[in-house]
Write a protein that binds this ligand. Structure first.
Ligand code: ISL
Length: 555
Protein backbone atom coordinates (compact mmCIF):
# COMPACT_ATOMS: atom_id res chain seq x y z
CA UNK A 1 0.00 0.00 0.00
CA UNK A 2 1.15 3.54 -0.78
CA UNK A 3 2.75 4.86 2.42
CA UNK A 4 0.87 8.12 1.97
CA UNK A 5 -2.53 6.62 1.13
CA UNK A 6 -4.15 9.07 3.56
CA UNK A 7 -3.50 11.95 1.15
CA UNK A 8 -6.51 10.93 -0.92
CA UNK A 9 -8.60 9.81 2.07
CA UNK A 10 -11.52 11.39 3.88
CA UNK A 11 -11.93 10.68 7.60
CA UNK A 12 -15.24 10.52 9.44
CA UNK A 13 -15.27 11.15 13.18
CA UNK A 14 -17.65 9.16 15.34
CA UNK A 15 -18.42 10.41 18.85
CA UNK A 16 -19.72 7.08 20.11
CA UNK A 17 -21.91 8.37 22.92
CA UNK A 18 -24.04 10.28 20.43
CA UNK A 19 -23.89 8.19 17.27
CA UNK A 20 -26.38 5.33 17.58
CA UNK A 21 -27.76 3.45 20.58
CA UNK A 22 -28.52 -0.24 20.04
CA UNK A 23 -29.28 -1.11 23.65
CA UNK A 24 -31.97 1.42 24.59
CA UNK A 25 -30.04 2.89 27.53
CA UNK A 26 -29.89 6.29 25.80
CA UNK A 27 -26.13 6.14 25.19
CA UNK A 28 -24.63 5.29 21.82
CA UNK A 29 -22.59 2.09 21.60
CA UNK A 30 -20.38 -0.06 19.38
CA UNK A 31 -23.21 -2.23 18.09
CA UNK A 32 -25.03 0.98 17.16
CA UNK A 33 -22.03 2.12 15.14
CA UNK A 34 -21.82 -1.24 13.38
CA UNK A 35 -25.49 -1.02 12.48
CA UNK A 36 -24.95 2.34 10.74
CA UNK A 37 -21.79 1.57 8.77
CA UNK A 38 -23.68 1.49 5.50
CA UNK A 39 -24.41 5.20 5.96
CA UNK A 40 -20.65 5.85 6.06
CA UNK A 41 -20.00 3.56 3.12
CA UNK A 42 -22.67 5.39 1.11
CA UNK A 43 -21.01 8.69 1.94
CA UNK A 44 -17.76 7.24 0.63
CA UNK A 45 -15.41 7.93 3.54
CA UNK A 46 -12.18 5.96 3.84
CA UNK A 47 -11.46 6.07 7.56
CA UNK A 48 -13.55 6.04 10.71
CA UNK A 49 -12.00 7.77 13.73
CA UNK A 50 -13.60 6.65 16.96
CA UNK A 51 -13.54 9.06 19.88
CA UNK A 52 -12.62 7.14 23.08
CA UNK A 53 -14.48 3.92 23.86
CA UNK A 54 -12.10 2.70 26.57
CA UNK A 55 -13.18 2.03 30.14
CA UNK A 56 -13.79 5.38 31.81
CA UNK A 57 -15.73 7.09 34.61
CA UNK A 58 -16.81 9.60 31.91
CA UNK A 59 -15.91 12.83 33.72
CA UNK A 60 -14.99 14.08 30.23
CA UNK A 61 -17.01 11.64 28.13
CA UNK A 62 -14.24 9.08 27.81
CA UNK A 63 -11.26 11.45 27.51
CA UNK A 64 -10.54 10.26 31.06
CA UNK A 65 -9.46 6.63 30.71
CA UNK A 66 -9.29 4.14 33.57
CA UNK A 67 -8.35 1.08 31.49
CA UNK A 68 -6.66 1.40 28.10
CA UNK A 69 -7.17 -2.26 27.25
CA UNK A 70 -10.89 -2.63 27.66
CA UNK A 71 -14.10 -1.23 26.23
CA UNK A 72 -16.35 0.68 28.60
CA UNK A 73 -19.47 -1.36 29.38
CA UNK A 74 -21.73 1.49 28.22
CA UNK A 75 -20.24 1.01 24.74
CA UNK A 76 -20.08 -2.80 24.74
CA UNK A 77 -17.32 -5.39 24.91
CA UNK A 78 -14.05 -6.25 23.21
CA UNK A 79 -16.02 -8.80 21.19
CA UNK A 80 -18.28 -5.98 19.95
CA UNK A 81 -15.17 -4.03 19.06
CA UNK A 82 -13.68 -6.93 17.11
CA UNK A 83 -16.96 -7.29 15.26
CA UNK A 84 -17.05 -3.57 14.46
CA UNK A 85 -13.52 -3.52 13.11
CA UNK A 86 -14.25 -6.55 10.96
CA UNK A 87 -17.32 -4.85 9.49
CA UNK A 88 -15.39 -1.62 8.89
CA UNK A 89 -12.67 -3.53 7.05
CA UNK A 90 -15.23 -5.56 5.12
CA UNK A 91 -16.47 -2.27 3.63
CA UNK A 92 -12.97 -1.26 2.60
CA UNK A 93 -12.65 1.35 5.33
CA UNK A 94 -10.09 1.73 8.09
CA UNK A 95 -10.53 2.36 11.79
CA UNK A 96 -8.48 4.81 13.85
CA UNK A 97 -8.64 4.98 17.65
CA UNK A 98 -8.35 8.01 19.89
CA UNK A 99 -5.15 7.90 21.92
CA UNK A 100 -5.49 9.90 25.14
CA UNK A 101 -2.11 9.72 26.88
CA UNK A 102 -1.37 13.22 28.10
CA UNK A 103 -3.43 12.16 31.10
CA UNK A 104 -5.39 9.22 32.48
CA UNK A 105 -8.45 9.14 34.70
CA UNK A 106 -7.77 9.57 38.41
CA UNK A 107 -9.50 6.18 38.63
CA UNK A 108 -6.81 4.46 36.54
CA UNK A 109 -4.94 1.86 38.67
CA UNK A 110 -1.67 3.60 37.75
CA UNK A 111 -2.88 6.75 39.46
CA UNK A 112 -4.32 4.85 42.41
CA UNK A 113 -0.83 3.42 42.98
CA UNK A 114 0.89 6.72 42.34
CA UNK A 115 -1.19 8.58 44.90
CA UNK A 116 -0.89 5.79 47.51
CA UNK A 117 2.50 6.92 48.80
CA UNK A 118 5.56 8.99 47.98
CA UNK A 119 7.65 5.81 47.81
CA UNK A 120 5.34 3.95 45.49
CA UNK A 121 7.15 2.80 42.33
CA UNK A 122 4.53 4.60 40.23
CA UNK A 123 4.78 7.88 42.18
CA UNK A 124 6.85 9.38 39.38
CA UNK A 125 4.38 8.28 36.66
CA UNK A 126 2.45 11.50 37.33
CA UNK A 127 3.50 15.06 38.15
CA UNK A 128 3.54 15.59 41.94
CA UNK A 129 4.82 18.68 43.75
CA UNK A 130 4.72 19.93 47.37
CA UNK A 131 2.82 23.13 48.22
CA UNK A 132 4.50 26.42 47.40
CA UNK A 133 7.17 27.42 49.98
CA UNK A 134 5.64 28.79 53.16
CA UNK A 135 2.15 27.52 52.32
CA UNK A 136 0.00 24.71 53.66
CA UNK A 137 -1.68 22.18 51.38
CA UNK A 138 -5.10 23.40 50.28
CA UNK A 139 -4.57 27.06 51.26
CA UNK A 140 -5.48 29.61 48.58
CA UNK A 141 -2.33 30.23 46.51
CA UNK A 142 -0.53 27.14 47.84
CA UNK A 143 -0.53 25.46 44.40
CA UNK A 144 3.01 24.68 43.16
CA UNK A 145 2.56 27.21 40.34
CA UNK A 146 -0.10 29.56 39.00
CA UNK A 147 -1.13 27.66 35.85
CA UNK A 148 -4.79 27.60 34.99
CA UNK A 149 -6.49 24.43 33.80
CA UNK A 150 -8.18 24.33 30.36
CA UNK A 151 -11.40 23.59 32.22
CA UNK A 152 -11.31 26.60 34.64
CA UNK A 153 -9.55 27.00 37.98
CA UNK A 154 -5.99 25.97 38.91
CA UNK A 155 -4.20 23.10 37.14
CA UNK A 156 -3.33 21.51 40.49
CA UNK A 157 -5.31 19.35 42.88
CA UNK A 158 -4.36 18.93 46.53
CA UNK A 159 -4.13 15.29 47.63
CA UNK A 160 -4.26 15.08 51.44
CA UNK A 161 -3.12 11.42 51.56
CA UNK A 162 0.48 12.42 50.81
CA UNK A 163 0.28 16.17 51.33
CA UNK A 164 1.15 17.06 47.73
CA UNK A 165 -0.49 18.40 44.59
CA UNK A 166 -0.84 16.65 41.24
CA UNK A 167 -0.91 18.43 37.89
CA UNK A 168 -4.03 18.30 35.70
CA UNK A 169 -4.08 20.49 32.59
CA UNK A 170 -7.73 19.46 32.11
CA UNK A 171 -10.25 18.38 34.76
CA UNK A 172 -9.06 17.35 38.22
CA UNK A 173 -10.20 13.86 37.26
CA UNK A 174 -7.58 13.89 34.45
CA UNK A 175 -4.11 13.81 36.09
CA UNK A 176 -1.22 14.40 33.67
CA UNK A 177 1.22 11.53 33.05
CA UNK A 178 4.93 12.20 33.43
CA UNK A 179 6.41 11.56 29.98
CA UNK A 180 9.94 12.08 31.31
CA UNK A 181 9.60 8.65 32.89
CA UNK A 182 10.65 5.95 30.39
CA UNK A 183 8.35 3.39 32.06
CA UNK A 184 5.35 5.57 31.23
CA UNK A 185 6.39 5.82 27.62
CA UNK A 186 6.96 2.07 27.32
CA UNK A 187 3.55 1.36 28.91
CA UNK A 188 1.90 3.62 26.32
CA UNK A 189 3.75 2.07 23.38
CA UNK A 190 2.91 -1.41 24.58
CA UNK A 191 -0.75 -0.50 24.76
CA UNK A 192 -0.63 0.97 21.23
CA UNK A 193 0.94 -2.22 19.88
CA UNK A 194 -1.82 -4.21 21.56
CA UNK A 195 -4.50 -2.27 19.63
CA UNK A 196 -2.60 -2.48 16.35
CA UNK A 197 -2.36 -6.24 16.87
CA UNK A 198 -6.17 -6.20 17.18
CA UNK A 199 -6.38 -4.62 13.75
CA UNK A 200 -6.69 -0.88 14.27
CA UNK A 201 -5.24 1.30 11.54
CA UNK A 202 -3.81 4.21 13.50
CA UNK A 203 -4.40 6.82 16.15
CA UNK A 204 -5.70 10.34 16.62
CA UNK A 205 -3.48 11.60 19.42
CA UNK A 206 -5.23 13.80 21.96
CA UNK A 207 -3.34 17.01 22.91
CA UNK A 208 -0.12 15.23 22.01
CA UNK A 209 1.91 18.46 21.88
CA UNK A 210 1.27 19.01 25.61
CA UNK A 211 2.92 15.82 26.88
CA UNK A 212 6.36 17.36 27.63
CA UNK A 213 6.51 19.81 30.53
CA UNK A 214 9.27 22.27 31.45
CA UNK A 215 11.26 20.55 34.24
CA UNK A 216 10.98 23.59 36.56
CA UNK A 217 7.22 24.09 36.05
CA UNK A 218 7.69 27.89 36.36
CA UNK A 219 4.94 30.39 37.15
CA UNK A 220 3.32 32.00 34.11
CA UNK A 221 3.26 35.79 33.84
CA UNK A 222 0.16 37.00 35.76
CA UNK A 223 -0.98 39.51 38.35
CA UNK A 224 -0.06 38.42 41.89
CA UNK A 225 -2.63 35.95 43.16
CA UNK A 226 -4.15 35.42 39.66
CA UNK A 227 -3.91 32.33 37.48
CA UNK A 228 -1.71 32.50 34.36
CA UNK A 229 -1.42 30.67 31.07
CA UNK A 230 1.31 28.05 31.46
CA UNK A 231 1.29 27.20 27.76
CA UNK A 232 4.89 28.38 27.16
CA UNK A 233 6.01 25.75 29.69
CA UNK A 234 4.01 22.80 28.38
CA UNK A 235 3.01 23.67 24.80
CA UNK A 236 5.07 22.05 22.04
CA UNK A 237 8.36 21.78 23.94
CA UNK A 238 11.27 20.26 21.95
CA UNK A 239 10.98 16.92 23.73
CA UNK A 240 7.61 16.30 22.04
CA UNK A 241 9.56 15.62 18.85
CA UNK A 242 11.80 13.12 20.65
CA UNK A 243 8.80 11.35 22.14
CA UNK A 244 7.00 11.12 18.80
CA UNK A 245 10.07 9.78 17.04
CA UNK A 246 10.53 7.18 19.74
CA UNK A 247 6.84 6.25 19.50
CA UNK A 248 7.07 5.87 15.75
CA UNK A 249 10.11 3.61 16.10
CA UNK A 250 8.74 1.53 18.96
CA UNK A 251 5.18 1.16 17.72
CA UNK A 252 5.02 1.42 13.93
CA UNK A 253 8.43 0.61 12.44
CA UNK A 254 8.54 -2.76 10.72
CA UNK A 255 4.76 -3.23 10.86
CA UNK A 256 2.88 -4.17 7.68
CA UNK A 257 -0.12 -2.09 6.70
CA UNK A 258 -1.15 1.47 5.99
CA UNK A 259 -1.46 3.50 9.17
CA UNK A 260 -2.67 6.99 9.92
CA UNK A 261 -1.37 9.16 12.75
CA UNK A 262 -2.80 12.59 13.45
CA UNK A 263 -1.73 14.71 16.39
CA UNK A 264 -4.19 17.10 17.99
CA UNK A 265 -2.07 20.15 18.81
CA UNK A 266 -3.58 23.27 20.37
CA UNK A 267 -1.42 26.34 19.79
CA UNK A 268 0.84 24.72 17.19
CA UNK A 269 2.40 27.06 14.59
CA UNK A 270 2.77 26.39 10.87
CA UNK A 271 6.53 25.90 11.21
CA UNK A 272 6.09 23.45 14.08
CA UNK A 273 3.41 21.53 12.19
CA UNK A 274 5.74 21.25 9.23
CA UNK A 275 8.43 19.74 11.41
CA UNK A 276 6.00 17.26 12.98
CA UNK A 277 4.68 16.14 9.59
CA UNK A 278 7.86 16.20 7.51
CA UNK A 279 8.11 12.53 6.49
CA UNK A 280 11.89 12.71 6.84
CA UNK A 281 11.46 13.29 10.59
CA UNK A 282 9.47 10.08 11.21
CA UNK A 283 7.00 11.59 13.66
CA UNK A 284 3.34 11.81 12.56
CA UNK A 285 1.38 12.16 9.31
CA UNK A 286 -0.64 15.29 10.04
CA UNK A 287 -1.78 17.58 12.84
CA UNK A 288 -5.01 19.21 13.93
CA UNK A 289 -4.24 22.90 14.37
CA UNK A 290 -6.56 25.48 15.94
CA UNK A 291 -5.78 28.81 14.31
CA UNK A 292 -8.81 28.96 12.00
CA UNK A 293 -11.22 27.94 14.76
CA UNK A 294 -9.87 30.56 17.18
CA UNK A 295 -10.43 33.62 14.98
CA UNK A 296 -13.92 34.22 16.38
CA UNK A 297 -12.75 34.04 20.01
CA UNK A 298 -12.96 37.46 21.67
CA UNK A 299 -10.80 39.00 24.40
CA UNK A 300 -12.53 36.81 27.00
CA UNK A 301 -11.64 33.59 25.18
CA UNK A 302 -13.76 30.96 23.48
CA UNK A 303 -16.93 31.77 25.45
CA UNK A 304 -16.70 35.41 24.34
CA UNK A 305 -17.31 35.02 20.60
CA UNK A 306 -16.91 37.85 18.09
CA UNK A 307 -18.03 37.89 14.43
CA UNK A 308 -15.65 36.14 12.06
CA UNK A 309 -13.70 38.29 9.62
CA UNK A 310 -13.60 36.15 6.48
CA UNK A 311 -10.40 37.88 5.31
CA UNK A 312 -8.57 36.77 8.44
CA UNK A 313 -9.96 33.26 8.03
CA UNK A 314 -8.76 33.08 4.43
CA UNK A 315 -5.35 34.47 5.37
CA UNK A 316 -4.99 31.76 8.01
CA UNK A 317 -6.02 28.94 5.70
CA UNK A 318 -3.72 30.24 2.95
CA UNK A 319 -0.79 30.44 5.34
CA UNK A 320 -1.25 26.79 6.35
CA UNK A 321 -1.67 25.73 2.72
CA UNK A 322 1.53 27.58 1.83
CA UNK A 323 3.69 26.48 4.72
CA UNK A 324 2.82 22.80 4.30
CA UNK A 325 2.88 22.80 0.50
CA UNK A 326 6.25 21.21 -0.24
CA UNK A 327 6.83 19.38 3.02
CA UNK A 328 4.29 18.03 5.50
CA UNK A 329 0.54 17.72 5.20
CA UNK A 330 -2.59 19.51 6.45
CA UNK A 331 -5.70 18.11 8.01
CA UNK A 332 -8.86 20.04 7.15
CA UNK A 333 -11.79 20.49 9.53
CA UNK A 334 -14.48 22.94 10.54
CA UNK A 335 -16.11 20.93 13.29
CA UNK A 336 -15.52 18.19 15.82
CA UNK A 337 -16.82 17.20 19.26
CA UNK A 338 -15.15 20.27 20.85
CA UNK A 339 -16.43 22.90 18.43
CA UNK A 340 -19.91 24.30 17.82
CA UNK A 341 -21.67 23.07 14.68
CA UNK A 342 -20.02 24.59 11.60
CA UNK A 343 -23.26 25.60 9.85
CA UNK A 344 -24.44 27.50 12.93
CA UNK A 345 -21.05 29.09 13.59
CA UNK A 346 -19.82 30.01 10.12
CA UNK A 347 -22.98 29.67 8.02
CA UNK A 348 -26.64 30.60 8.39
CA UNK A 349 -28.55 27.73 9.99
CA UNK A 350 -31.88 29.44 9.41
CA UNK A 351 -32.73 31.02 6.04
CA UNK A 352 -29.74 29.61 4.10
CA UNK A 353 -29.27 26.36 6.02
CA UNK A 354 -28.77 23.96 3.09
CA UNK A 355 -26.91 26.48 0.95
CA UNK A 356 -24.50 27.54 3.68
CA UNK A 357 -23.82 23.99 4.93
CA UNK A 358 -22.92 22.89 1.40
CA UNK A 359 -20.94 26.07 0.60
CA UNK A 360 -18.77 25.65 3.70
CA UNK A 361 -18.20 21.99 2.88
CA UNK A 362 -17.19 22.83 -0.69
CA UNK A 363 -14.70 25.44 0.41
CA UNK A 364 -13.13 23.18 3.03
CA UNK A 365 -12.93 19.89 1.14
CA UNK A 366 -11.13 21.08 -1.96
CA UNK A 367 -8.12 22.48 -0.14
CA UNK A 368 -4.97 20.41 -0.16
CA UNK A 369 -5.01 18.13 2.88
CA UNK A 370 -7.08 15.37 4.45
CA UNK A 371 -10.68 16.42 5.22
CA UNK A 372 -12.40 15.31 8.43
CA UNK A 373 -16.19 15.07 8.58
CA UNK A 374 -17.62 15.21 12.09
CA UNK A 375 -20.71 13.04 12.58
CA UNK A 376 -23.89 14.84 11.53
CA UNK A 377 -21.95 17.52 9.67
CA UNK A 378 -22.75 15.61 6.47
CA UNK A 379 -26.41 16.28 7.30
CA UNK A 380 -25.87 19.94 8.16
CA UNK A 381 -26.73 19.33 11.82
CA UNK A 382 -27.05 22.59 13.78
CA UNK A 383 -26.35 23.91 17.26
CA UNK A 384 -28.95 22.92 19.81
CA UNK A 385 -31.53 25.24 21.39
CA UNK A 386 -30.46 24.55 24.98
CA UNK A 387 -32.69 26.51 27.36
CA UNK A 388 -30.68 26.38 30.58
CA UNK A 389 -27.75 24.75 32.36
CA UNK A 390 -29.92 21.72 33.20
CA UNK A 391 -29.85 20.81 29.53
CA UNK A 392 -26.02 20.76 29.40
CA UNK A 393 -23.68 17.85 30.13
CA UNK A 394 -20.18 19.07 29.26
CA UNK A 395 -17.66 19.49 32.09
CA UNK A 396 -16.01 22.43 30.32
CA UNK A 397 -19.25 24.41 29.91
CA UNK A 398 -20.51 23.58 33.39
CA UNK A 399 -17.20 24.52 35.06
CA UNK A 400 -17.10 27.74 33.07
CA UNK A 401 -20.68 28.67 34.00
CA UNK A 402 -20.02 28.03 37.66
CA UNK A 403 -16.77 29.99 37.77
CA UNK A 404 -17.91 32.91 35.61
CA UNK A 405 -21.06 33.39 37.69
CA UNK A 406 -19.10 33.07 40.95
CA UNK A 407 -16.77 35.78 39.61
CA UNK A 408 -19.77 38.07 39.17
CA UNK A 409 -19.91 38.14 35.35
CA UNK A 410 -23.16 39.12 33.66
CA UNK A 411 -25.37 36.00 33.68
CA UNK A 412 -27.01 36.66 30.30
CA UNK A 413 -23.71 37.26 28.56
CA UNK A 414 -22.18 34.14 30.10
CA UNK A 415 -25.14 32.05 28.98
CA UNK A 416 -25.03 33.49 25.44
CA UNK A 417 -21.36 32.54 25.23
CA UNK A 418 -22.03 28.97 26.34
CA UNK A 419 -25.04 28.67 24.00
CA UNK A 420 -22.98 29.75 21.02
CA UNK A 421 -19.68 28.02 21.75
CA UNK A 422 -20.34 25.14 24.20
CA UNK A 423 -19.18 21.69 23.17
CA UNK A 424 -22.58 20.11 23.81
CA UNK A 425 -23.79 21.75 20.59
CA UNK A 426 -21.85 19.12 18.68
CA UNK A 427 -22.73 16.29 21.04
CA UNK A 428 -26.48 15.99 20.59
CA UNK A 429 -27.44 12.65 19.03
CA UNK A 430 -27.13 11.99 15.31
CA UNK A 431 -30.49 12.45 13.63
CA UNK A 432 -31.20 9.27 11.71
CA UNK A 433 -34.90 9.68 10.95
CA UNK A 434 -37.94 11.81 11.72
CA UNK A 435 -39.27 9.50 14.45
CA UNK A 436 -38.95 9.60 18.23
CA UNK A 437 -35.51 10.80 19.35
CA UNK A 438 -34.44 11.08 15.74
CA UNK A 439 -34.04 7.30 15.59
CA UNK A 440 -31.03 7.52 17.90
CA UNK A 441 -32.44 5.51 20.79
CA UNK A 442 -35.60 3.79 21.96
CA UNK A 443 -34.77 4.97 25.50
CA UNK A 444 -34.14 8.37 27.03
CA UNK A 445 -31.15 10.03 25.34
CA UNK A 446 -28.30 11.11 27.64
CA UNK A 447 -28.59 14.59 26.11
CA UNK A 448 -31.68 15.88 24.33
CA UNK A 449 -32.07 15.31 20.60
CA UNK A 450 -32.29 18.54 18.61
CA UNK A 451 -36.02 19.12 17.87
CA UNK A 452 -35.19 19.82 14.21
CA UNK A 453 -34.69 16.05 13.75
CA UNK A 454 -38.31 15.97 12.52
CA UNK A 455 -37.09 17.34 9.17
CA UNK A 456 -33.29 17.36 9.43
CA UNK A 457 -32.32 13.70 9.33
CA UNK A 458 -30.33 11.11 7.41
CA UNK A 459 -33.31 9.20 6.06
CA UNK A 460 -34.80 12.30 4.45
CA UNK A 461 -31.48 13.36 2.99
CA UNK A 462 -30.47 10.04 1.53
CA UNK A 463 -33.69 10.17 -0.51
CA UNK A 464 -33.01 13.71 -1.78
CA UNK A 465 -30.26 14.20 -4.37
CA UNK A 466 -30.10 17.92 -3.54
CA UNK A 467 -29.41 17.29 0.15
CA UNK A 468 -26.40 18.22 2.23
CA UNK A 469 -25.60 14.50 2.46
CA UNK A 470 -25.39 14.02 -1.30
CA UNK A 471 -23.31 17.17 -1.65
CA UNK A 472 -20.76 15.76 0.81
CA UNK A 473 -20.85 12.46 -1.08
CA UNK A 474 -20.01 14.29 -4.32
CA UNK A 475 -17.19 16.25 -2.71
CA UNK A 476 -15.66 13.04 -1.43
CA UNK A 477 -16.03 11.51 -4.87
CA UNK A 478 -14.20 14.47 -6.42
CA UNK A 479 -11.24 13.85 -4.11
CA UNK A 480 -11.23 10.19 -5.03
CA UNK A 481 -11.40 10.76 -8.76
CA UNK A 482 -9.43 13.96 -9.46
CA UNK A 483 -5.70 13.87 -8.71
CA UNK A 484 -5.64 17.69 -8.76
CA UNK A 485 -7.72 17.70 -5.55
CA UNK A 486 -5.13 15.55 -3.81
CA UNK A 487 -1.87 16.75 -5.27
CA UNK A 488 -2.53 20.09 -6.96
CA UNK A 489 -0.93 23.35 -5.90
CA UNK A 490 -3.09 25.85 -4.02
CA UNK A 491 -3.47 29.57 -4.68
CA UNK A 492 -5.89 31.84 -2.84
CA UNK A 493 -7.75 34.30 -5.09
CA UNK A 494 -9.45 37.57 -4.04
CA UNK A 495 -7.81 37.43 -0.57
CA UNK A 496 -9.24 40.84 0.38
CA UNK A 497 -12.83 40.08 -0.60
CA UNK A 498 -14.94 40.20 2.59
CA UNK A 499 -17.59 37.69 1.44
CA UNK A 500 -16.24 35.52 -1.37
CA UNK A 501 -13.88 32.58 -0.85
CA UNK A 502 -12.07 31.66 -4.06
CA UNK A 503 -9.01 29.59 -4.88
CA UNK A 504 -7.44 27.56 -7.62
CA UNK A 505 -5.78 24.17 -7.63
CA UNK A 506 -3.39 23.24 -10.42
CA UNK A 507 -1.78 19.96 -11.42
CA UNK A 508 -0.08 19.86 -14.81
CA UNK A 509 -2.68 20.93 -17.38
CA UNK A 510 -5.58 20.54 -14.97
CA UNK A 511 -6.92 23.66 -13.22
CA UNK A 512 -9.79 23.69 -10.73
CA UNK A 513 -11.49 26.86 -9.64
CA UNK A 514 -13.47 26.86 -6.38
CA UNK A 515 -15.60 29.94 -5.75
CA UNK A 516 -18.10 30.43 -2.96
CA UNK A 517 -20.24 33.28 -1.76
CA UNK A 518 -20.17 33.02 2.03
CA UNK A 519 -22.86 35.62 2.56
CA UNK A 520 -26.62 35.96 2.31
CA UNK A 521 -26.50 38.59 -0.44
CA UNK A 522 -25.73 38.24 -4.15
CA UNK A 523 -22.09 38.82 -5.07
CA UNK A 524 -20.74 39.70 -8.51
CA UNK A 525 -17.24 38.20 -8.89
CA UNK A 526 -14.30 39.38 -10.85
CA UNK A 527 -13.30 35.89 -12.01
CA UNK A 528 -14.17 34.01 -15.18
CA UNK A 529 -16.83 31.50 -14.14
CA UNK A 530 -17.28 30.18 -17.65
CA UNK A 531 -15.61 26.77 -17.26
CA UNK A 532 -17.15 23.29 -17.03
CA UNK A 533 -19.19 23.06 -13.81
CA UNK A 534 -18.11 19.97 -11.84
CA UNK A 535 -20.25 20.73 -8.82
CA UNK A 536 -22.58 23.49 -7.66
CA UNK A 537 -24.87 23.70 -4.65
CA UNK A 538 -27.17 26.21 -6.37
CA UNK A 539 -28.03 26.40 -10.08
CA UNK A 540 -27.62 28.11 -12.46
CA UNK A 541 -24.02 29.33 -12.41
CA UNK A 542 -23.50 32.85 -13.77
CA UNK A 543 -21.19 35.77 -13.14
CA UNK A 544 -23.21 36.86 -10.11
CA UNK A 545 -23.16 34.37 -7.25
CA UNK A 546 -26.44 33.72 -5.46
CA UNK A 547 -26.47 33.80 -1.62
CA UNK A 548 -24.19 31.02 -0.32
CA UNK A 549 -23.68 29.67 -3.83
CA UNK A 550 -20.56 27.52 -4.22
CA UNK A 551 -19.21 26.25 -7.53
CA UNK A 552 -16.37 24.02 -8.62
CA UNK A 553 -15.20 24.62 -12.17
CA UNK A 554 -12.70 22.97 -14.46
CA UNK A 555 -11.09 26.10 -15.87
O1 ISL B 1 -12.35 22.58 23.47
C1 ISL B 1 -11.42 22.97 24.10
C2 ISL B 1 -11.58 23.76 25.29
O2 ISL B 1 -11.80 25.08 24.88
C3 ISL B 1 -10.06 22.69 23.74
O3 ISL B 1 -9.13 23.38 24.46
C4 ISL B 1 -9.87 21.21 23.99
O4 ISL B 1 -9.93 20.96 25.35
C5 ISL B 1 -8.54 20.86 23.45
O5 ISL B 1 -8.71 20.97 22.09
C6 ISL B 1 -8.18 19.45 23.79
O6 ISL B 1 -9.18 18.58 23.41
C7 ISL B 1 -8.99 17.22 23.61
O7 ISL B 1 -8.55 16.90 24.91
C8 ISL B 1 -9.47 17.17 25.96
C9 ISL B 1 -10.87 16.67 25.68
O8 ISL B 1 -11.77 17.23 26.61
C10 ISL B 1 -11.33 17.04 24.29
O9 ISL B 1 -12.59 16.49 24.04
C11 ISL B 1 -10.30 16.51 23.35
O10 ISL B 1 -10.64 16.67 22.01
C12 ISL B 1 -8.91 16.50 27.18
O11 ISL B 1 -8.66 15.14 26.89
Amino acid sequence: MDAQWWKSAVVYQVYPRSFADSGGDGIGDLAGITSRLDHLAALGVDVVWLSPVYRSPHADNGYDISDYRDIDPVFGTLADFDHLIGEVHARGMKLVMDLVVNHTSDEHPWFAESRSGKDNPKRDWYVWRPPRDGHELGEPGAEPNNWSSFFSGPAWQADPATGEYYLHLFDRKQPDLNWDNPEVREAVYDMMRWWLDRGVDGFRMDVINLIAKHPDLPDAPAEPGALGDGFPYYGTLPRVHEHLREMRREVFDGREGGFLTVGEMPGVTTQQAREFTDPANHEIDMVFQFEHVSLDHGPGGKFDPVPLDLRAFKASMAAWQGELAEVGWNSLYLGNHDQPRAVSRFGDDDRWWRESATALATVLHLHRGTPYVYQGEELGMTNSPFVDAEALRDVESLNHLRQALAAGQDADAVWRGVRAMGRDNARTPVQWDGGTNGGFTTGTPWIAVNPNSSWLNAEAQRADQASVFHHYRRLIELRHTLPVVVEGTFRMLLPEHPDVYAYERVLGEERLLVVANLSGTEQPVDLDLGGEVLLANVEPVGQVLAPWQAVVLRA
